[in-house]
Design a protein around this ligand. Structure first.
Ligand code: CTP
Ligand code: CA
Length: 230
């Protein structure tokens, strides 16, 4: 939709969106990362601003994306940096959307110097420590009336299909809304389009047809607006 055709139904609403993929350093030149492009989070921030919201975008690494117009943008790198920035911005937020791909683990040790290979030393083994679950912390610290939204990229497996996994994750995470993207086979990561489901803690399940990431953003903000009216 053209920006001037969008409703101004987020006027005065303070929104925090996290986006992109975090990087966990191994040494000064190497990191553990992920394939998040950041496009979905940026689309969420852009559309929210177009609908009148006061938007803070906390972004980790993305493909080269311009800062969305009308948003305050904070650039971070690691999961811990994203965590600090999201919590600080969320204190006064009405809605927090965790679209970032946050590393579940970080290398237990970060070498001060570039790790070298050597013929008389054994090859290194990377030990990982668990990162904090930011979404779970947001749910635990939620202010009355604050809406917390999670994202999940799921594939089906022998334990169930995408929707089965998503229902379990929504329960486990305690978020108000969970956007579920089906991934694998070139779906979602880095592409222009997304599809999936929008699950609500009230049991609503809205299918999201394959479409531009801005379309998914509009569907999510529609759901957030009706969630805030309850
Ligand atoms: N998330 C988070 N902090 C983390 C990991 C994930 O806030 N350390 C958020 C993501 O931003 C996303 C949601 O949690 O909104 C779901 O992420 P996902 O990786 O699907 O869930 P996990 O609980 O990490 O489960 P899994 O073992 O399937 O990766
Ligand atoms: Ca994870």
């Amino acid at each position: 939709a053209r920006p001037d055709a969008l409703p101004r139904d987020l006027e005065g609403v303070r929104v925090v969106v996290s986006a992109g993929g975090t990087r966990e350093p191994l040494d000064p030149v190497r990191y553990l990362g992920n394939r998040s492009s950041g496009k979905q989070g940026y689309a969420l921030a852009r559309v929210a601003a177009q609908r009148g919201a006061e938007v803070t975008l906390v972004t980790a690494h993305t493909v080269a994306l311009p800062d969305p117009a009308g948003a305050t943008v904070s650039h971070v790198s690691t999961a811990e940096e994203l965590r600090q920035a999201v919590h600080a911005a969320s204190e006064s937020a009405d809605v927090v959307v965790m679209a970032a791909a946050v590393a579940d683990f970080r290398p237990a040790n970060r070498a001060d110097h570039k790790i070298k290979k050597s013929d008389d030393q054994p090859d290194p083994v990377i030990t990982l420590d668990r990162n904090a679950d930011i979404l779970a912390e947001l749910v635990r610290n939620r202010r009355p009336g604050q809406v917390v939204v999670g994202f999940a990229a799921e594939t089906g497996d022998e334990h169930g299909d995408v929707l089965d996994h998503a229902r379990v994750k929504l329960k486990r995470k305690g978020a108000d809304l969970l956007v579920v993207n089906a991934v694998g086979d070139g779906k979602a990561f880095g592409t222009e389009d997304n599809s999936g489901w929008l699950l609500g803690s009230d049991g609503t399940e809205i299918p999201i047809p394959l479409g531009a990431k801005a379309e998914l953003a509009s569907t999510l903000w529609d759901a957030v607006v009706s969630f805030m009216k309850r």
